[in-house]
Design a protein around this ligand. Structure first.
Ligand code: HEC
Ligand code: HEC
Ligand code: HEC
Ligand code: HEC
Ligand code: HEC
Ligand code: HEC
Ligand code: HEC
Length: 378
């Protein structure tokens, strides 16, 4: 606990320091450059135009080539192009006297809840999540955005309660519909699952680009493409490679995947759900933060598909850990060797754990020795 508090203070210190610098006066050119270096995903950078990933592809073929393989690019779909709803034209679920139905009608899908006598129907606007684990639906009811009470889960190829939503029988049709969202909450959802949905602090869904696009991570590209064409040295684009390792994990990827500080603000650090907060989990893992070689991009290329073969990760671990006990330590490789195995490290030390009610397993990024019968640390 003491260690955690220390880390929190350290992070707060860093924040005050960076924020303090931001307040210092500087020239206009410097300001623009700083605007990009201070930028983080999900935040808005006012006054800079988005150009779309196709524009980036013209000059950055390497990063673009595999991009579509990464599910982040498919984190949201407008209902007309939503694959799951196209291939599952009728989905049903019942809860006590209430029945839910999602039915395809042409290129739209209608979400209905009925008690047999009365019903409420709303057209779905967006499908959230590509559906690797599941997919949740967002619609509008009486002018307010709602998150559907039921979601599609890959494992059961059907509907069940949306994670964290109450599983009890609702009080009324209205109550059973889903979770009404404040404007702030809705903005948050779109900011993590799509790009350019927010301008001037308002949701502007007509500007939305589905999924996390190049500009979702590198900031709006209008100035950059103009700067390149003008031969300017100020590239005006956010380059996460320049971040410190922990900043990259906690502030950059953590803007969406939930960093340590963000999790601390939640009741019980988000409870069981914090298994999904990889930046938070890894921050707590002894020996696995505060090293320049250790960040999310050590193991994941955000421009490529997720590697699912455990052997892929062995070399990452063995960059720091010795492979056998009698191997000589070097400055780079000084972390202890495993007495049990020389390979498939993640299968034992990053176990896959079922999220309660989630019909899916998540990889625990709290790298540790897992003792049989021991509770999952929080
Ligand atoms: C007209 C060509 C062109 C277009 C279009 C373009 N870039 Fe670039 N970009 C470059 C060049 C040239 C560089 C500098 C050399 C390099 O690092 O590849 C660069 C550098 C970068 C960098 C590294 C910046 C740094 O500080 O080192 C990033 C990140 C980047 N571009 C992202 C993007 C994104 C995202 C888009 C689309 C919004 C985009 N680029 C569109 C040509 C382009
Ligand atoms: C703007 C928000 C955002 C940022 C920034 C972001 N992610 Fe993601 N990421 C997502 C969302 C949303 C998903 C879920 C996509 C889905 O399954 O629909 C995801 C999924 C993933 C996956 C799972 C891929 C799979 O096939 O299962 C990995 C790995 C990942 N992100 C790594 C990273 C890393 C590493 C970074 C930082 C370099 C990062 N993300 C930054 C939003 C983001
Ligand atoms: C702080 C950023 C953030 C917000 C806000 C957010 N998400 Fe996500 N969401 C993610 C990330 C990151 C992932 C991928 C990792 C995971 O599954 O936990 C994800 C995953 C998902 C998945 C599973 C995707 C899959 O392919 O299995 C669904 C469904 C989902 N989100 C729905 C929503 C909905 C609906 C909202 C709001 C109404 C929302 N999310 C708000 C970041 C966010
Ligand atoms: C989920 C976040 C994410 C998305 C989406 C993303 N990038 Fe990146 N990009 C990064 C990170 C993180 C780095 C730094 C990687 C590193 O340090 O290894 C990077 C590095 C780069 C660089 C190289 C900068 C350098 O210094 O070498 C370029 C160019 C680039 N990205 C372009 C793109 C383009 C084009 C797209 C869209 C096709 C894209 N990126 C989508 C996170 C992202
Ligand atoms: C030491 C290696 C390592 C590091 C560092 C790492 N991951 Fe992972 N990550 C993995 C492994 C292994 C998997 C599981 C791959 C598989 O089998 O599907 C994974 C899976 C994921 C997934 C898919 C959902 C899940 O839980 O299975 C997401 C999202 C993700 N990582 C995000 C991140 C983020 C964000 C960071 C930075 C905080 C990060 N990872 C750092 C090794 C790593
Ligand atoms: C950047 C270097 C680095 C990387 C990469 C790394 N580790 Fe470690 N690891 C350490 C250090 C340092 C310690 C702490 C050693 C100590 O003080 O005893 C540690 C500790 C551990 C421990 C013991 C934890 C405990 O609570 O006792 C395990 C298990 C472990 N690492 C497994 C892994 C696995 C598996 C991977 C790859 C998925 C990995 N490590 C990647 C540096 C690293
Ligand atoms: C079959 C499961 C399994 C695999 C695979 C595995 N480990 Fe372990 N590892 C363990 C167990 C169990 C312990 C605890 C042993 C003990 O305390 O006697 C351990 C201990 C450790 C320790 C702590 C050592 C110490 O002296 O404190 C580290 C570090 C570690 N493993 C890293 C790794 C790395 C790196 C890999 C891959 C090269 C790996 N492990 C593969 C099960 C495994």
């Amino acid at each position: 606990m003491v260690q955690r508090v220390k880390k929190a203070l350290l992070l707060t210190g860093l924040f005050v320091f960076t924020f303090g610098l931001w307040l210092l006066p500087s020239s206009r050119g410097q300001n623009q450059r700083d605007a990009f270096s201070r930028w983080r995903p999900t935040r808005e950078l006012t006054g800079v135009r988005y150009v779309g990933s196709t524009a980036c592809a013209q000059c950055h073929a390497q990063q673009t080539a595999k991009r579509l393989a990464n599910s982040m690019s498919r984190a949201l779909a407008p209902v007309d192009s939503c694959e799951i709803l196209k291939t599952h034209p009728r989905l049903n679920f019942s809860n006590g006297p209430y029945n839910y139905q999602i039915a395809r009608e042409g290129n739209r899908s209608v979400y209905t809840i009925t008690d047999g006598l009365n019903s409420i129907s709303e057209p779905i606007l967006y499908c959230f999540g590509q559906g690797k684990a599941g997919q949740t639906y967002v619609f509008r009811h009486q002018g307010v955005f709602y998150e559907s009470r039921v979601s599609y889960y890959q494992e059961i190829q059907g509907l069940d309660f949306t994670i964290i939503h109450p599983r009890s029988v609702p009080q009324s049709l209205e109550d059973g519909l889903g979770r009404p969202m404040t404007m702030e909450a809705a903005r948050g959802c779109f900011a993590c699952h799509s790009t350019a949905a927010v301008s001037n602090a308002q949701l502007q869904l007509d500007h939305l680009m589905p999924g996390v696009t190049c500009e979702g991570c590198h900031g709006p590209g209008g100035n950059h493409t103009a700067a390149i064409k003008a031969g300017s040295k100020n590239l005006q684009v956010f380059n996460p490679a320049k971040l410190e390792a922990d900043e990259l994990s906690q502030e950059f990827c953590g803007a969406c995947h939930v960093g340590f500080e963000k999790a601390l603000l939640m009741p019980k650090q988000g409870g069981a759900n914090n298994l999904r907060y990889q930046p938070y989990r890894i921050f707590n893992s002894r020996g696995h933060s505060g090293d320049a070689r250790m960040s999310c991009v050590t193991c994941h290329d955000p421009h490529d598909e997720l590697a699912e073969d455990a052997a892929f990760y062995d070399s990452k671990c063995l960059a720091c850990h010795l492979a056998t006990r009698n191997q000589a330590k070097t400055i780079a490789r000084s972390a202890p060797a495993c007495p049990v195995s020389k390979q498939q490290c993640t299968t034992c030390h990053m176990p896959k754990i079922e999220l309660p009610g989630g019909h899916a397993k998540f990889t625990d990024h709290w790298i540790r020795i897992v003792k049989p019968g021991e509770a999952i640390p929080n």
